[in-house]
Write a protein that binds this ligand. Structure first.
Ligand code: FA5
Length: 346
C-alpha cells in the first residue's frame, strides 16, 4: 500500500464523477468509491496491520481523500439538483408564480393560554411570577404547611410518592399543590411579598368531568403589614371580573386548609346551567375554582416573620377549571387527550 495508489484512486474517482449527469449514477459512484466495499474503505480498514510510520502516512492521506470525495459528491449532487430545477422552470414544469404551501402553525395549549392570562392579570395588580419544583420534599408540601405525618388533613391530597422513608431520607413526592411555594418564597425574601406561582401538580385521583390526576394551579401570596381578608376578597373579585366578565357570579364559603386561618373556597356560578344544577357542576350550580385564606400565623413565625407585625393572604386556583369556565368546556379530560380537533379551537 502506498500513497501513490491513493492518488491514482483520487484521479479515477474525480474523472468518473465529472462524467456523471444523473442522481442514479451518482449513487452508484458513491457506493463504488465511498461504500462499505470500496477500495478506500478497504485501505482504511487495513491500516492497523501497517507498520507505524506507514500507518501514519497512509492513514492521513486516506482520511483526507475520503473527506475530499465526500465534498466532491455533495457539490456534484447540488449542481445536478440546481440544473434539474432550472430545466423544469425552462420547460414550464415548475410554476414559480404559484402561491406557497401554507406551513401549519402551532399554538399554545388552552391551559397554557389561560395560565398566562391569569398570571398577567395578577402582574397588573403588582404580583411577581416565580416558579418552584414539581418534585417536592414532603417537608414543603405538607410539614411546613402544618400537615404533619399521619395528620388526617393529608387525606385531602391523594399523593404520588417518589421516595418514601427509604434510607432514612426525607420523603419526596410529586407536589399535590403549588402551596409549598408559599414557604419557599417566604424563606427567601422579606415582606412585602406579592407573588404568583404557576405550575403543574399531581394527585392520585380518580378522574371525572372536573378532576384530573395532573392539574395546573396558580398559587398567590401577599404578605405585608396590615393585610386583611378584605384585601383577599377584593383582589380575587378583581381577578374574577377581569377574567370572566361582569355577568358571572362569585361565591366565597368557609373552607378548611391547615395553612390558613380563616380559610375559604371561591366558586363561580356554573356556565353550563347558569347555576341551575347539572352534571358538570354535579347539581351544585357552582364550580369551585380555588382555595384561599389568611396565612396561618404559625407559618409566618416558622419562617422568621413577626406575626404580630405581618399578615398575609394566600390562594391556589385550578387553571383547568378556569379554562373550562372561560371556554364552556364540559369535561376537564378533554385537555389532555391530545385531540387536535379539540385543541385547534383555541
Ligand atoms: C389546594 O390545593 C390548596 N393548596 C389551595 C389553597 C392555597 C388554599 C392557598 C388556601 C391557601 P384544593 O385541593 O382545593 O386546595 O385545590 C385548589 C383548586 O385546584 C381547586 O379549587 C380546583 O380548582 C383545583 N383542583 C383541585 N383538584 C383538582 C383536580 N383533581 N383536577 C383539576 N383541578 C383540581
Amino acid at each position: 500500500m502506498s500513497t501513490g495508489e491513493l492518488q491514482t484512486l483520487e484521479a479515477q474517482a474525480n474523472d468518473s464523477l465529472a462524467a456523471i449527469a444523473d442522481e442514479t449514477s451518482l449513487e452508484d459512484w458513491r457506493v463504488n468509491y465511498l461504500g462499505r466495499r470500496s477500495r478506500l474503505t478497504e485501505i482504511l480498514r487495513g491500516l492497523s496491520a501497517l507498520p507505524l510510520e506507514e500507518r501514519k502516512q497512509v492513514g492521513a492521506a486516506a482520511n483526507r481523500l475520503r473527506e475530499a470525495l465526500e465534498t466532491a459528491l455533495a457539490e456534484r449532487r447540488d449542481m445536478l439538483r440546481k440544473r434539474d430545477v432550472q430545466t423544469f422552470i425552462q420547460q414550464g414544469r415548475i410554476d414559480v408564480t404559484l402561491p406557497g404551501r401554507p406551513i401549519p402553525m402551532g399554538r399554545l395549549h388552552p391551559v397554557t393560554q389561560t395560565q398566562r392570562d391569569i398570571v398577567a392579570c395578577f402582574e397588573k395588580m403588582g404580583f411577581q411570577a416565580v416558579e418552584g419544583p414539581e418534585v417536592e420534599w414532603d417537608y414543603y408540601n405538607f410539614e411546613a404547611l402544618r400537615i404533619p405525618e399521619h395528620h388526617p388533613a393529608r387525606d385531602m391530597w391523594d399523593t404520588m410518592w417518589i421516595d418514601y422513608h427509604r434510607d432514612g431520607r426525607m420523603p419526596m413526592l410529586l407536589r399535590t399543590h403549588t402551596s409549598p411555594n408559599q414557604v419557599r418564597v417566604m424563606e427567601r425574601q422579606q415582606p412585602p411579598i406579592r407573588v404568583v406561582v404557576p405550575g403543574k401538580c399531581y394527585r392520585y385521583e380518580a378522574t371525572d368531568a372536573t378532576h384530573e390526576w395532573m392539574l395546573t394551579q396558580v398559587e398567590g401570596l401577599a404578605v405585608d403589614e396590615g393585610i386583611s381578608m378584605a384585601d383577599l376578597k377584593g383582589t380575587l373579585y378583581e381577578f374574577a371580573q377581569q377574567l370572566f366578565g361582569q355577568e358571572r357570579r362569585v361565591r366565597f364559603r368557609c373552607d378548611y386548609f391547615p395553612f390558613v386561618e380563616p380559610g375559604a373556597d371561591m366558586s363561580i356560578d356554573c356556565f353550563v346551567c347558569n347555576g341551575e344544577g347539572c352534571s358538570t357542576c354535579k347539581g351544585a350550580g357552582w364550580i369551585e375554582i380555588m382555595g384561599a385564606g389568611m396565612v396561618h400565623p404559625e407559618i409566618l413565625a416558622n419562617v422568621g416573620y413577626d406575626p404580630e407585625r405581618y399578615t398575609g393572604f394566600a390562594f391556589g386556583m385550578g387553571v383547568e377549571r378556569v379554562a373550562m369556565l372561560r371556554h364552556d368546556i364540559e369535561d376537564i379530560r378533554l385537555f389532555y387527550q391530545n385531540d387536535l380537533r379539540f385543541l385547534e379551537q383555541f
